[in-house]
Design a protein around this ligand. Sequence first.
Ligand SMILES: C=CC1=C(C)c2cc3[nH]c(cc4nc(cc5[nH]c(cc1n2)c(C)c5CCC(=O)O)C(CCC(=O)O)=C4C)c(C)c3C=C
Ligand SMILES: [Fe+2]
Length: 390
Amino acid sequence: ALAGAGAVAGFAAGESAEAPVDPSGGVVPFRGVHQAGIVTPAQDRLHFVALDLTTTDRAAVISLLKRWTTAAERMTAGAEAAPGGAVQRNPEAPPSDTGEALGLPAAALTITFGIGGSLLDKLGIPRPPELADLPPFQGDQLDPALSGGDLCLQACANDPQVAVHAVRNLIRTGFGTTTVRWSQLGFGRTSSTSTTQQTHRNLFGFKDGTNNLKAEDTALLDEHVWVPPAQGPAWLAGGTYLVARRIRMHVETWDRTSLAEQESLTGRTKGEGAPIGQAREFDLPDLGPGSPIGADAHIRLASAQNNGGARILRRGYNFVDGSDGFGHLDAGLFFVAFMRDPHRQFVPMQSQLARQDKMMEYIEHTGSAVFAVPPGLGDGAYWGRTVLEG
Ligand SMILES: C=CC1=C(C)c2cc3[nH]c(cc4nc(cc5[nH]c(cc1n2)c(C)c5CCC(=O)O)C(CCC(=O)O)=C4C)c(C)c3C=C
Ligand SMILES: [Fe+2]
């Protein structure tokens, strides 16, 4: 974050006064029709936090959400969390910004805000049916300490220090009103969310995000991601739902599996990422009769054809949270996906995968949460206003 608002490097005489291109991605607008961090081209890094309220006083929650909005908007613009910041205030008082992003550019930071069903229950606000708890799935190994939450903040940036700084300062702002329930760091985006991006790889070494919904697919986003006004509730029109699953991947077992088996489990080739039977990454998979893609291949079971036409916008990240004490990496994929109805989109898809996907032998779902993600903010509005003020 730059101490002076909008400060850029000085220009030598005769040079164009155009701002230099920030190699880390520049500033993503904070306000708009939808929140940033959903169809924004997926940044490289994630810090996601789920928090619980320590109060049911609506005025206290509103006050926090106003302070959060101001701080988040400042940080996404590359500024410190609060004026005065890390070093320019009373030396006898703690600084109003923690300081670790001083001198760093905005790095395409986005902060996306979500509301859990438990928050609505606590404040006596009706839960939309789409926000009902997810059912248990076969093989789930969910840890309650890594699941749920009254609120979530998803910070994505092209610099991990910028994402961590944002989350840390928002947590700090919440002291007295919220406590941290769980948080997750991620790297190496496992999804592309724009046709301008190359597809990255997950920790199984496969391209992930090829057949994702992308920012450019506006009609498909309206169909599958954004909550239309007719769906309700009114406060969520133009918003969406976020499903998060912390998925441990047993990479050591995977690494002892033959290439042919890895490819047949996935339904795609490892090098090019092409559907089995096709040559190029973006060739359409043949899922018809006689298809070379097996009945229990991941891409068949997750496909729209196999799920009543349902699609989701995936925006997950790789993680390695150290090791497990038994000689294995605690590694995996922090699955994040956006959709207009988790129960019609994620639930059928995950039910199929949990029962039939052979990849399940190599993975374990250890955390789970669902949040309503309100629409974007107009000028002067703050996060959660439409739901808390009706
Ligand atoms: C319930 C939804 C999904 C979960 C959970 C999930 C976990 C998961 N996926 C991979 C690796 C790949 N997934 C791929 C495609 C793909 N996955 C889902 C859904 C879930 N994945 C969908 C909807 C799709 C697209 C299917 C299609 O119609 O083609 C791919 C292929 C490349 C791509 O298109 O993204 C890979 C590889 C892992 C490792 C994983 C859990 C750890
Ligand atoms: Fe997948």
